[in-house]
Each structure stands twice: as C-alpha cells, then as structure tokens.
Design a protein around this ligand. Sequence first.
Ligand code: BT5
Length: 260
Amino acid sequence: MSGEVFWEVRHFASLDSTNRYLLEEARSGAPEGVVAVAEYQTAGRGRLGRSWEAPPGSSLLASVLLRPVLPPVDLHLCPVVVALAAADACGTVAGVVPGLKWPNDLVVGGRKLAGVLAEADPGAAGGSPGSVAMVVGIGLNVEWPGPPEAEGTSLRELTGRSVDRSELLGELLAALGRRLPDLQDEQRRERLLAELVERCVTLGQRVRVQVATETIEGTATGITDSGHLQVETAGGVREVAAGDVVLVRPPGTGPREPLN
Ligand code: BT5
C-alpha cells in the first residue's frame, strides 16, 4: 500500500462470493485496488461460516483487494477502514450515519445495515515484500433489509427512497482512498483506533459473548490495540477476539437488540 490507490472495478451479474473470487485473484497476483462487485451472490459469506443473503440487485455486494504492509497486531484495522468508508458513503449519498458494532457491522438503531468480512492470505503472490493480501468484502442493504430473522435494515427503509448503488460504491471507494493512508503510520493508526472506539455502539453496553467454550457476560468497556473487545465481568476484565456479541437489556425494557 503506497501512495494513491487506483481502483479497478470488475462488475458481475452473479458470483458465488465476491470475497472468494478476489482471494483467488490475489493468489494469481492481482494488484491492490481490484474491486469485485456482484448484483447477486449464490454463496455470499458471513463470518464464522455463516452466509450473507441478498436478492438480485437489492444490495451493494463488493470486495476490495488491499495489500497492506502492517504489523500483524494492526491487520484488524483493514476491515475498520472499509466499515468507516462505507459509513462515510451512507452519510454522503443517503444522509444516514450508521454506528459501528464490534467487530465490523454498520448498524442504525440497533439494526444491521451492513456486514464486513475480511479474509487474508499471507502467502498470496504479488504485493511488496512483507505485504499481506487482504480481501475486505461488504454487504450493504440498499433495497432489502435482510432475512426476517436477522432483524436488519436497509437504506430504503431508513430514507423512504431508493438509493443509487453505483453512487454509493463510488463514494465508498473515494472515502476508502482518503482513509487508506491512515494505515501507513503508527500515529494515524492510533487515531483510527480512537475513531473506532468513538463510533462503536457496543461500548458501554451490557453484552453476552459466546466464545468457543463459554459464555462471557458483562459490560463492553473498550477495544484493545489488536482489536479485541474488552468486557468487564464479575470476575475481572476479559478480552474477546471473535465471538457473537448479543446486547443484553435489563428485563422489561423491550426486545433484545439484534446485533448480527
Ligand atoms: C457479516 O457476517 O456480517 C459479514 C457479511 C459480509 C458480506 C459481504 S457481501 C460481499 C462479500 N462477499 C462475500 O461472500 N461476503 C462479503 P456475520 O456477522 O457472520 O453476519 C451473518 C449473519 O447476518 C447471518 O447469519 C444472518 O443472520 C445475518 N444476515 C444475512 N444476510 C443479511 C442481510 N442482508 N442483512 C442483515 N443481516 C443479514
């Protein structure tokens, strides 16, 4: 990642997954800045083996290939810059400013507007020495709020109008181009982390986190330098690297927030 990124946008009517496609391209030496956009995905991927659903033409489904040279501890900031750029684009194009839900969702009023999935291949060919091929994909609900059980939302639902997906993509890439230099030096990365903390709606909330062997319950209090969520529990502060965070509300204060 050096200087200005040149975006090369490849459009597809249908793909299994824009992330899967771009990871394969990365392995064949595709340069940083290649973007895959699909009208429809037959096997859209979520995190932890889950799936991402969207009827044809209803969403912005896009992946970008980055080749950052970063200390491993900072790699988690790649999906963060994409999430922030997507939030910028929603503000510019639709007048909607989503919050970030740890680790990388865009949410409005507790409902999921978009999900981000980062997949890295440290062994992929190409890129400068020490770089990692990092594919960051985003599914952003434009016309359709997601499957009913997910209790998501869409830009149409939030604005009452249809939002132009190519304009949204253009603004997202422009914002990402402006934000990518933030990954390049330590001070800017610190500021980026501070922005994440400031905009993260999970912090200050009671949460329940399902990790591999146990359930952790407490108050989300911070995000560490390596992107882990800090949860203050009765037994002390715990750090969570991956897992499913559910917002817990005191009894009688309404439905559980949909956080996935
Ligand atoms: C994510 O996973 O939120 C990451 C989603 C990334 C999707 C993009 S689309 C372009 C690129 N190519 C891919 O193949 N993937 C990326 P996760 O946090 O695991 O959330 C998945 C869960 O969200 C599912 O289990 C459903 O409950 C829910 N879900 C599925 N589709 C949804 C939608 N359209 N809107 C809201 N929630 C949805």
